[in-house]
Write a protein that binds this ligand. Structure first.
Ligand SMILES: Nc1ncnc2c1ncn2[C@@H]1O[C@H](COP(=O)(O)OP(=O)(O)OP(=O)(O)O)[C@@H](O)[C@H]1O
Ligand SMILES: [Mg+2]
Length: 278
């Protein structure tokens, strides 16, 4: 069974009901914005998978649908075999999401925040694991600090910790290293890589392409809501002349003819890689 299965996913953001009515009253037929356009993608258990794309490509939208925070306009999405809309609770439990935006309650301490998050998943007495996460993320000495007393990078560390409290089989990180210092970057990647080696599936979005190149076995590139490349990291790099992933990314986004030719059929690239793995 796949860790993440996305089939023909499209997402159109439509204006809110009130705005919709006002626009119609002015004789304008409001159009939605298509953030995802027929995206299909399968991630196997244990993969370290990268989702790359420029600002506005649709990465966070895809993750929001995966996490059940946003509904698909069409298509099907499942996590560990659970449909995110029909089997929401099981799908959500299978997933740990580190969101791109910093959202938290400023009045709780770090430990309280993690205990509350554990409570959402019905976990009591989770402190041994909470302590291990805090140690690995360099937060042990901040366990009793209020969230509002943390620096930006430390808040981001807590978001990572929050995503891990229920030991989810699939971990999704939406730009986890934005604004994070070199030290944490290293310890974060060591920790996440160790979880990946233990069998956790990782889905990472990042604008740091050298991070993606070092960590991800396979990569999908999104551009304006569509997948324009999907292959192993090594194949993407070598296909583009073998410089590095950043060069490959730039060429693919520019629509370099060489990139177009090889990335034209992402579905078959996907099948090919999956066949090689089995
Ligand atoms: N709630 C929303 N309502 C309307 N449009 C939205 C909404 N959320 C996102 N969009 C639009 O959908 C597109 C994709 O946004 P998304 O946040 O998924 O991009 P992204 O790939 O995560 O970009 P970034 O790298 O900047 O995080 C953008 O054009 C954005 O403006
Ligand atoms: Mg985003």
């Amino acid at each position: 069974m796949s860790a993440v299965c996305i089939e023909h996913l499209s997402k159109i953001y439509t204006p809110r009901e009130g705005l919709l009515q006002r626009l119609r009253n002015r004789g304008r037929e409001p159009r939605g914005f298509q953030a995802l356009d027929d995206v299909s993608l399968t991630i196997q258990p244990g993969e370290f998978f990268g989702l790359l794309g420029p600002n506005g490509a649709g990465k966070t939208t895809m993750i929001s649908v995966l996490a059940g925070l946003s509904s698909a306009t069409s298509g099907r999405v499942s996590v560990c075999g659970y449909d995110v809309s029909e089997q929401y609770a099981q799908a959500r439990r299978s997933l740990g999401v580190v969101p791109q935006e910093l959202v938290f309650d400023p009045f709780f301490t770090v430990r309280e925040t993690l205990r509350i998050q554990s409570g959402y998943f019905g976990l009591r007495r989770n402190d041994d694991w909470i302590d291990e996460i805090l140690a690995n993320l360099g937060l042990a000495d901040k366990a009793d600090a209020n969230m509002r007393a943390l620096s930006g990078g430390m808040k981001r560390r807590v978001l990572v910790a929050q995503a891990l409290v229920h030991r989810p089989p699939v971990i999704v990180l939406d730009e986890p290293t934005a604004g994070v210092d070199v030290d944490l970057r290293r310890s974060l990647w060591e920790f996440i890589s160790a979880l990946n080696k233990k069998g956790h599936t990782i889905l990472l979005t990042t604008h740091y392409l050298e991070e993606a190149e070092a960590l991800c076995g396979r990569i999908a590139m999104l551009k304006a809501g569509r997948i324009v490349a999907l292959d192993t990291t090594a194949a993407l790099v070598s296909r583009m002349g073998g410089a590095d992933l950043e060069e490959a990314f730039v060429r693919i986004m520019r629509g370099d003819p060489m990139a177009e030719r090889d990335a034209a059929d992402p579905a078959s690239a996907n099948d090919q890689v999956l066949t090689e793995q089995t």
